[in-house]
Design a protein. Structure first.
Length: 698
């Protein structure tokens, strides 16, 4: 049963009708006095206290944090920073090993970037430092450089290994191992430097807007694949099996083939340790920290607790001697002497560093924006890029590998209400103590515990598989981007997955433009409103008038598609012209059709093109519009255009479009176009001109 509109639901709008030209004449734009480029430069060069302060606080946001700091924020920053440090320790040790380096390199990578970001970053919740994805990519680069060194010195190495003096041979083997470690660390330092230069360069060039073009589906698919790679790299360590390093396309598949071929070599003690660790971590994280996160102020630092307990039990239980359990081993104390990274191998790893820079940016900025939105604060995209870049550059001199934030640490800072980047101070103090004195106490920590912790840390990323059904329902192209990015990254390699994901993202935009649709707009028989007429009740089409709306930009890639859809849904000017020439039109149920049954236009005499959804028109689009005008004019169909943006109007004027298109036919709104058409009272006997726009009202 139809409900009648109540008077309180009605609105009344009164205005004159407008063409685009008359609208601009009434609501004209006030000319703005533009300063010359020299004047703008001089303005920027003018020094004042306010300008100096603005520049200084932009480059060093920590100054602004300190100036506005409130004493009541001290406790929140201290507790959040302290809790984050409990995650930095196990993640630093584990990610250092994951990067193919020593655990101490992971600790360095948790120390220097945290302090540098504190000075230059704008997000209180970003915990910049070691990251599993960056560690995995570093391992690829470092291992490739080590393999290149082995290949170039193969003859010398073989002759050394075959040396008759056993002690000399052992020394040579030890020297070789040290050389390989130095090469890997050097490669990691170079990667950190190059990654930082790329990120800082993007920030200086004010290209923070690039983050807007990284779709959620692309990042989700890639990080899920990276989580699979990371978790897979730890499976052999959980089983106590040594596998050869694999690189290139299909390396993950090759690793699993080798792993299953050696499955009989599994060390049961390491597997048991890993399983117990995973059960403890998942139990506390899911059943306590996540379930009661609103009740407990500080989440239980179960990672830190497991590391401490595991080390103590392993040391006093003599796991290495009795059960052949692999342990972390010697952790040197103190800091390395700063050293300039070598750029000798920069050309071979530049593409890897571009990938690292993109991922560091994508993962960190997405979390920074997420937490900023949650807490109602703003971050500066370009300054964030500079902060990421300087953190990578500065830490590259101290044996660090490329960095990004880690989701668990960022969420801890967010949930505990960190108010400024000064929360890095307690974090830095704890890590400093670990590097100088406490680190050696963890030498007995079983590697299997770290492996299990890294796998558990991938839990949230791996759970992104659950997003696939929702993505499919929302946008099938997004879902396909996710699947392609993830599958190629897993089955081939991460860099190939990155290229495939970006490539298909661009291709999907082209495809969606090609598949752009148009719709016929109708008029309500109950009130003054225009809506699409497909499958709607109370919507009619005004006699002799067709309103067509195209839902995409009108450019070279889809201009022909626009014409094709217009002709198929409204009226085919070409077929109308041919039929008129051959006099083959017959009447069937008051519709003009050809002898072959094609509907020609249903007595259409006026077509209104609704440009509301068209954001851009290029030269090809204008050419197609010109062609359409000529073809419809040949069959006595008048064209009107409404809802043109100022940008499109300027483009049309620049292209001399109004030399062939009447300015009075460029209308402000649909109501203006319908009013103008009905006011002309066309005399065509096939068109009912008695029914005006006002007659269609309730």
């Amino acid at each position: 049963m139809e409900e009648k509109l109540k008077s309180r639901d009605l609105i009344s709008i009164q205005r004159r009708w407008y063409s685009s030209e008359t609208l601009d004449s009434v609501y004209y734009k006030v000319p703005v006095k533009r300063r010359s480029k020299f004047g703008k430069i001089m303005d920027n060069c003018f020094c004042s206290r306010a300008r100096v302060w603005k520049v200084l606080t932009t480059l060093l946001p920590v100054i602004k944090f300190i100036k506005k700091y409130k004493t009541q924020n001290i406790l929140g920053d201290f507790l959040s920073g302290l809790t984050a440090s409990f995650l930095h320790l196990p993640q630093g040790l584990g990610f250092g090993i994951l990067a193919g380096l020593q655990p101490i390199n992971g600790l360095y990578t948790t120390f220097f970037p945290v302090l540098i970001y504190m000075l230059f970053g704008t997000s209180p919740h970003v915990s910049f430092g070691s990251n599993a994805v960056m560690a995995l990519l570093t391992q690829t680069v470092a291992q490739r450089e080590a393999d290149r060194y082995l290949d170039s010195n193969k003859l010398h190495i073989i002759s050394t290994m075959n040396y008759s003096d056993e002690s000399a041979g052992n020394n040579s083997s030890r020297y070789l191992q040290n050389d390989l470690e130095d090469i890997k660390v050097g490669a990691a330092m170079t990667a950190s430097l190059l990654t930082g230069l790329i990120l800082a360069g993007l920030g200086i060039c004010r290209l923070g807007l690039l983050t807007r073009y990284m779709s959620v589906s692309f990042i989700g698919g890639f990080t899920t694949a990276a989580a699979i790679h990371i978790a897979s790299s730890q499976v052999p360590k959980m089983l106590g099996i040594s596998v050869s390093p694999h690189s290139g396309a299909g390396k993950l598949v090759k690793m699993y083939i080798e792993l299953f071929s050696k499955i009989k070599l599994t060390i049961i003690s390491e597997l048991v340790i890993a399983i117990i660790t995973m059960i403890l971590l998942l139990t506390v994280k899911i059943l306590i920290n996540e379930r009661y996160k609103d009740r407990i102020k500080i989440p239980i630092p179960i990672d830190f607790i497991v590391v401490v307990i595991g080390t103590i039990v392993s040391y006093f239980g003599k796991f290495r001697e009795k059960f052949d359990v692999k342990i972390v081993g010697a952790i040197p104390t103190g800091f390395p002497m700063p050293k300039v990274p070598s750029l000798y191998t920069a050309s071979t790893m530049i593409m890897d560093c571009v990938v690292m820079a993109i991922l560091s940016l994508a993962m960190t900025i997405s979390l920074a924006k997420l937490t900023a939105k949650k807490h109602g604060i703003t971050i500066d995209d370009n300054q964030e890029l500079i902060a990421y870049g300087i953190s990578n550059i500065g830490s590259s001199f101290f044996s660090c590998f490329p960095q990004a934030t880690a989701p668990p640490r960022t969420m801890v800072l967010s949930n505990m209400g960190a108010k400024s980047t000064l929360n890095a101070i307690p974090t830095g103090i704890i890590i400093l103590l670990i590097i100088l004195w406490i680190g050696t106490l963890f030498e007995s920590l079983p590697v299997a515990i770290l492996a299990a912790m890294i796998i558990v840390a991938m839990k949230n990323l791996l759970m992104q598989f659950g997003d696939i059904p929702r993505l499919w329902r929302i946008n099938k192209f997004d879902c396909i981007i996710w699947l392609i990015t993830c599958s190629v990254s897993v089955l081939v390699d991460l860099d190939y997955g990155l290229m495939a994901g970006i490539g298909f993202s661009i291709l999907s935009i082209v495809i969606q433009n090609q598949m752009a649709s148009g719709k016929i707009i109708g008029y309500s028989d109950r009130e003054d409103i225009f809506v699409d007429s497909k499958n709607r009740v109370h919507v009619i089409e005004i006699s002799s008038i067709k309103i067509f709306q195209y839902q995409a930009p009108l450019h070279f890639a889809n201009a022909d598609n626009f014409r094709k859809i217009l002709y198929s849904q409204v009226a085919d000017a070409i077929k109308l012209k041919k039929s008129n020439e051959k006099d083959e039109i017959v009447k069937v149920e008051n519709k003009e059709i050809t002898e072959k049954g094609h509907i020609l236009g249903e007595n259409v005499r006026h077509i209104i093109l609704d440009f509301q959804m068209i954001s851009n028109v290029d030269f090809s689009g204008i050419n197609v519009l010109t062609q359409i005008l000529k073809e419809y004019k040949a069959v006595d169909i008048e064209i009107y255009i409404v809802k043109c943006s100022s940008k499109i109007l300027e483009t049309l004027r620049a292209a001399d479009f109004f030399e062939i298109f009447p300015k009075e036919n460029m209308l402000y709104d649909l109501a203006d176009a319908v009013y103008l058409i009905n006011s002309t009272k066309a005399t065509d006997k096939n068109v009912n001109t008695e029914k005006t726009f006002e007659d269609t009202k309730l």
